[in-house]
Design a binder for this molecule. Structure first.
Ligand SMILES: *Cc1c(COP(=O)(O)O)cnc(C)c1O
Length: 347
């Protein structure tokens, strides 16, 4: 329970007062008829009509899959859109602040900077777990959002549930739990805790386990009062029609995703054991994601060498707490074999 949280007190006045754009497809939602209401081209190309601004069909399928109600789902042009809209709904430029826990996903800070919102950084502890005392000290009356990324990018570990709940229970602001990598983890999703926390927003995405990064589709799950605010301020047609079509088909067969996940987990285990046998590898961090953070002898040279071998990994060696590390995404068996062969030849 959180007795402090008051959504009204953190919602921007302009957002509270906003009369959202009303699209032609808001006023009439039937599917048969002669549509002369939206100035579209009448000739059927397969994409001459505006898409459903409420993404009703997708939300119905996602609701079943995630065991939530459709009113608790927001869909965005990637999770990145949800991150931006949270800032625009709840943070006053210049005045408000948000808390992030580096090393973490870069987009939280970029989105805050675009919106001219102060970013307070509370470094993770050496075991890559959140520093809850540091977080409590960083919170003031202008703190609106705290971003937990679990499993965290780039450290690959999950945060302890109790540490996140401790913040969820006390904070008069929104706690974002970014679960982009949850499908690769044994951890239980915070989606199951939505009923307990009116200030919880869980982010998930179709970009990783689902294999649809190019389609740009992210999900936010939250109390319907928060969802209503995000829906009110989003661009009306934020999810394009082709994306809706393709994802609807994919949602018919969620078992395909399970087979991607099990293949990637198998490859992750293989990669970890093969990497740990290499002399240049100093440490492999435990991974709950589809990537591995690896400490190596000389990260910059390993990175440059791999690029020359036509293999691109992510150099994280300049990132605080990730000194000397590269981040490797788990690829196909063939790709991982090529990586390992190249690393074996590194001198
Ligand atoms: C990849 C990733 C996402 C996905 O963002 P999309 O905009 O949905 O593609 C979100 N959060 C984290 C931490 C990520 O690493």
């Amino acid at each position: 329970m959180n007795v402090t949280f008051n959504l009204d007190s953190i919602t921007r006045d302009n957002v509270k007062k906003l009369a959202p754009y009303s699209s032609a497809r808001d006023e009439f939602s039937g599917s048969n008829g002669i549509f002369l209401d939206a100035n579209e081209n009448p000739f059927n190309t397969g994409y001459n009509r505006y898409p459903d601004p409420h993404q009703k069909k997708m939300k119905e399928k996602i609701a079943v899959l995630k065991d939530v109600e459709t009113k608790n789902i927001f869909l965005g042009n990637g999770s990145d859109e949800a991150i931006d809209l949270l800032l625009r709904a709840f943070c006053e430029p210049v005045k408000s602040n948000v808390i992030i826990l580096p090393p973490t996903y870069g987009m939280y800070e970029v989105a805050a900077n675009i919106n001219d919102v102060e970013v307070r950084k509370v470094l993770l502890q050496n075991n890559f777990q959140p520093d809850t005392v540091g977080i409590q000290n960083a919170i003031d009356t202008n703190t609106r959002l705290i971003f937990f990324c679990s499993p965290n990018n780039p450290t690959a570990n999950s945060f302890q549930t109790e540490l996140m709940q401790e913040v969820l229970e006390k904070f008069n602001g929104i706690v974002v739990v970014d679960e982009a990598y949850i499908d690769f983890s044994a951890q239980q999703s915070f989606v199951s805790k939505l009923k307990n926390y009116p200030n919880l927003v869980v982010l998930q995405t179709f970009s990783k386990a689902w294999g649809m990064a190019s389609l740009r589709l992210g999900m936010a799950f939250a109390d319907d009062k928060i969802i209503n605010i995000l829906s009110k301020i989003k661009p009306p047609y934020n999810i394009n029609g082709i994306t809706q079509q393709i994802v609807l088909v994919a949602l018919e067969k969620p078992e395909n995703v399970k087979s991607y996940i099990s293949e990637i987990l198998k490859e992750r285990a293989k990669l970890i054991s093969a990497l740990s046998a290499l002399p240049l590898v100093k440490h492999i961090y435990q991974s709950d994601a589809n990537f591995i953070l690896v400490k190596v002898e000389d990260a910059k040279s390993v990175y440059n060498y791999l690029v020359r071998e036509n293999i691109v990994v992510r150099d994280r060696s300049k990132v605080e707490l990730c000194e000397g590390c590269i981040r490797i995404t788990v690829g196909t068996k063939e790709e991982n074999d090529k990586l390992l062969n190249a690393l074996k030849k590194f001198k």
